[in-house]
Design a protein. Structure first.
Lengths: 270, 225
């Protein structure tokens, strides 16, 4: 990503230097196996000589602890939660992701703005409001969405893994069902549908995550390998905040997508 | 999600705004006393007071962790908690809510720090529109004199030292306050702020504020002495 492109209103004060790294997003629902896959990818990339930074939600120095503490109590309101997550994201974008990209790292991020937006929208937030706030996000080089067929499949994985159902992952704050299982199924079904809606809008590369872990890992490796060697097609001006650049970014995103579909569907689909 | 200007509650929301040293908190305290003594249910809420966010903000200020964007977002988070906890429920209960600083403080400060004007406004779209927003306007030199003489040392973010305009705290504070005042001035028309001349005596300002508030408490005004 030689030049930075933002989804909306660019971050103020971004260093106008070249950014030689790559921003790779791994998205997917709770329990789909994102962190396992990221661990494998990281080792693989490092073995090939790439410097890797991995990051994910609530890992900011600024807001990570505050969010975790707030989630343990019973007074965290929805708007507050959405904005706390946005704060965490911005801190990681400015202090982890951008410096690493400038230094030529491959940044692997476990979830990005899409999960944050889906959670908020499922909880009644206005999607346009979320998109405006997260306009400060960089358009990544690639988004791989680990897709699974149904919430029941996720529930099974969570049980088998032995970690059990989590309050927030089950959407228990929304009173969707009698117990953790019912609530989990209802909540995750809504989340999966939000992800599906975002797939075209944000050009997700679908990875079929219903298959066994090693096969998913092989696909992901191949797709990530392609994404990091791909010539940068985007040529937007560096971090400019004008509207014409936003428009240009959208055109270029669309071009990237159509380019990839000519190559044979999303890079990740086999 | 309900947007700015669309909320409808039985209660009333009065907010005070202005640069540091404009005397707005003094005015609000007097207002609070008067309304309480007159028998109204009053709820007071101040900037930067969310129990869920306060510690994060305090720690980040101490360690200088903020950028203009995260400074803006954490204050929006704090304000969201206040809205959900301290502002909407009392308004629903029919109370008078008094807020020391409101979204206009964020608009002024964040834009003074370089955040995009439209982005910051969008961020606070969930806010309840106040019944009246008073803007206590003091000329820059008056406000700065009040702050600098009454305080041992200016704090890092308060003085805008994070912006690297200058290393000299007092100089930086003046630049920052100047930019904030300019933002307030442009918001007077945009948001219909009620301007109060903060150079006049405390008593005269308070009389004017009470007169305006009385108009908004029409039926209740009959009960007041």
């Amino acid at each position: 990503m030689k030049h930075l492109t933002f989804y909306g209103t660019a971050l103020p004060d971004v260093e106008p230097e070249p950014y030689n790294g790559k921003l790779i997003v791994i998205e997917g629902p709770d329990g789909v196996g994102r962190s396992t896959q990221i661990g494998l990818l990281r080792s693989w990339l490092e073995a090939r000589g790439h410097a890797v930074l991995d990051t994910g939600m609530t890992r900011s120095e600024l807001a990570g602890r505050g969010i975790k503490e707030a989630k343990l109590g019973h007074t965290l309101g929805r708007l507050t939660m959405h904005l706390y997550y946005a704060t965490d994201f911005a801190d990681r974008l400015e202090n982890q992701m951008l410096p690493a990209l400038r230094a030529g790292f491959i940044v692997l991020t476990d979830r990005y703005i899409y999960s944050a937006m889906a959670r908020a929208v499922v909880r009644g937030a206005d999607p346009d409001w979320m998109r405006a706030i997260y306009g400060i996000a960089l358009v990544p080089d690639a988004v791989f969405y680990l897709r699974i067929q149904s919430a029941a499949e996720l529930a099974e994985r969570i049980v088998v893994s032995g970690r059990g159902f989590d309050f927030w992952e089950s959407g228990m704050d929304m009173y969707l069902g009698e117990d953790y299982y019912d609530s989990f199924i209802e909540y995750q079904t809504q989340m999966l549908s939000e992800f599906d809606k975002m797939t075209a809008e944000y050009g997700f590369h679908l990875i079929d995550a219903s298959r066994p872990l090693p096969r998913v890992a092989t696909d992901l490796r191949r797709a990530v390998g392609r994404a990091i060697t791909r010539r940068t097609i985007r040529q937007g001006g560096a971090s400019t905040r004008s509207e014409s650049t936003n428009e240009q970014a959208q055109i270029e995103q669309a071009r990237v997508r159509s380019h990839e579909s000519r190559e044979g569907k999303g890079a990740g689909q086999v | 999600m309900i947007s700015y200007g669309q909320h409808e509650f039985p209660g009333k929301l009065f907010v005070v705004e202005g640069t540091d040293g404009s005397g707005k908190s003094t005015q609000l305290a007097l207002l609070h006393q008067w309304l309480k003594a007159s028998g109204f249910p009053v709820f007071y809420s101040e900037w930067n007071s969310s129990p869920l966010v306060k510690d994060t903000t305090k720690r980040a200020k101490k360690r200088h962790l903020f950028t203009p964007t995260t400074f803006s977002l954490i204050h929006a988070t704090d304000f969201a908690d206040r809205t959900e906890r301290d502002i909407i429920p009392p308004l629903k209960a029919g109370a008078i809510v008094l807020a020391d600083r409101y979204i206009y403080t964020a608009f002024a400060r964040d834009v003074a720090r370089g955040c995009d004007r439209a982005w910051v406004r969008e961020l606070y779209r969930f806010a309840v529109k106040p019944t009246v927003a008073f803007f206590f306007r003091a000329p820059l030199d008056v406000a700065i004199e009040r702050i600098v003489s009454g305080r041992p040392e200016l704090k890092f973010y308060e003085a805008g030292l994070d912006m690297d305009w200058t290393d000299e705290p007092e100089e930086s504070f003046k630049i920052f306050q100047g930019r904030i005042l300019a933002e307030y001035d442009r918001m007077v028309d945009e948001f219909g702020l009620t301007m109060i001349d903060a150079t006049r005596s405390i008593e005269r300002q308070q009389r004017e504020v009470r007169r305006i508030i009385k108009q908004h408490l029409m039926e209740e005004a009959a009960i007041m002495a």
